[in-house]
Design a protein. Structure first.
Length: 469
């Protein structure tokens, strides 16, 4: 007869899980509230399956010693906070499985049943750690309403399953359909915008993602043959498309380096393929939610983003730039002579002119960039992963788009406008949101108060040397 031990602080959970186990299995079930009673029972009887909450466990080593002893060859299942780092930590301490504590009791029973019975999924032959990480991502992602946290969770779980040295998550931008690096792991030095491609081209990755099958470059030669700019330290690379329906929404790249021995095993590849397959619907729903939320951040007149979104997005991008060591640039744009349009043709024509200006600017930048109506006749363009030189090129394109062709031709008018533009880059011209905004605004005003129809790069922020980077 199998012996089950439940060490759970919640009386309702103890009762529900314990009674169900007694009804559905021909097993002996012992229910306890604290670690001392649990250890005492296991010393006396051994155990085949122990389910314990992290709040009960004081000394994990004693649990491992008793559950994995000669007289007990059982499973140790830990239940606790729904965080990947906590789950991984407990499994490194010896747990076989980890379950999110918010999981309903009937779902916990289903998980337990899949452990003592034959698992129905294709990862049945893989390690318990890999199964647990898959369980974690499924359970947590169901209630995940923070897109950035979800992306971090995805890449962290993939890295842990594959025991990879490098990794990145790429997603297709919903408007432009271009592949963009959403998250990356494995480096500490400042990286350029292409680091997350791990030496591969966007064209090659797009072809592989369309296939909906993993691509495993198992040797250095195989990797070097396919990479446009191979990294010498990479020994093998695994590409995992993520699909939701017939079209891909992105993919995962995982790499092993020469730093440690070992390669991706066949079982690991199978687990990661299933993991990527399960991710598709989760990421698709999250992307749809993000797109819906963005509608609340649009300016009613111009369809550019509004000031509220600007504050949120710039702060998030500064954090991201700090984490990845990337550049972030801001362009302030002020229309030089819109006031004349309002005075001569009326505010309705002035509003239509603003709409046309915003439309030209949106078409002139990348899908990952953000055009914001900052207020009145001022716009701001946020350029993630762009240095000052790149921002200058974008600024010149914007200046030319505004000045080179007339506006309101459809209304029988030929109105020519110019703009003054100021450029600032993180961290050169500022380390905070306020510093960057002030730097770009000052540079723009210097143009507007002198020549107009021009571009100026900001000076380093005056207090920058007093700050730590």
């Amino acid at each position: 007869m199998k012996l089950f031990l439940l060490a759970l602080p919640d009386p309702e959970q103890r009762s529900q899980i314990g009674s169900t186990l007694l009804e559905e299995t021909n097993c002996a079930v012992e229910v306890v509230e604290d670690e001392e009673a649990a250890l005492q029972w296991m010393r006396a009887n051994g155990v085949d399956l122990a389910l314990a909450h992290t709040a009960v466990i004081r000394d994990p080593r004693l649990w491992v010693q008793l559950i994995k002893s000669d007289r007990s060859t059982g499973y140790w299942i830990v239940i606790g906070p729904g965080r990947v780092d906590v789950a991984v930590d407990w499994m490194r301490r010896g747990a076989d499985y980890y379950i999110d504590e918010t999981t309903p009791a009937d779902e916990v029973i289903r998980i337990l049943r899949s452990i003592w019975q034959v698992p129905p999924r294709p990862w049945a032959s893989t390690t318990r750690t890999e199964q647990t990480l898959l369980q974690v991502i499924r359970e947590i992602s169901r209630s995940m309403d923070d897109f950035e946290k979800l992306l971090n969770l995805v890449i962290d779980v993939a890295m842990e399953i594959g025991q990879a040295d490098y990794g990145s998550l790429l997603l297709y931008h919903p408007q432009t359909a271009r592949l963009e690096v959403a998250q990356q792991r494995g480096h500490s030095a400042p990286a350029d915008a292409t680091w997350g491609l791990l030496g591969l081209s966007l064209t090659t990755l797009d072809e592989w993602f369309q296939m909906d099958a993993p691509v495993f470059l198992a040797t250095p030669n195989a990797y070097h043959e396919k990479a446009d700019a191979p990294r010498p330290e990479i020994r093998s690379l695994l590409v995992l498309p993520i699909h939701a329906g017939p079209r891909p929404i992105g993919g995962l790249l995982l790499a092993k380096t020469f730093q440690l021995p070992g390669n991706f095993t066949q079982n690991t590849v199978q687990v990661l393929q299933t993991f990527a397959s399960d991710l598709g619907p989760v990421l698709r729903n999250a992307l749809l939610q993000v797109q819906t939320q963005e509608l609340n951040f649009k300016d009613d007149l111009t369809d550019a983003y509004n000031r509220r979104y600007f504050e949120y997005f710039l702060e998030e991008e500064i954090r991201r730039s700090e984490r990845f060591g990337a550049r972030l640039s801001v362009i302030f744009v002020d229309l030089d002579n819109l006031k004349t349009v309002n005075e001569k043709y009326g505010h309705m024509m002035g509003s239509k002119t603003l709409q046309e200006v915003a439309h030209r600017m949106i078409l002139a930048v990348r899908g990952s960039d953000r055009v914001v109506r900052y207020g009145g006749d001022e716009f701001c363009v946020l350029l993630p992963e762009t240095d000052t030189q790149g921002a200058l090129q974008v600024a010149e394109r914007l200046r030319s788009e505004i000045a080179s062709r007339p506006f309101l031709t459809g209304d029988g008018l030929d109105i020519y406008l110019t703009a003054s533009l100021g450029v600032a880059t993180y961290p050169t011209h500022g380390l905070t949101k306020e510093e960057l905004v002030q730097a770009a605004d000052r540079a723009m005003y210097e143009v507007k108060s002198t020549t107009k129809n021009g571009i100026r790069v900001a000076s380093p922020f005056p207090t920058r040397t007093a700050r730590s980077s």
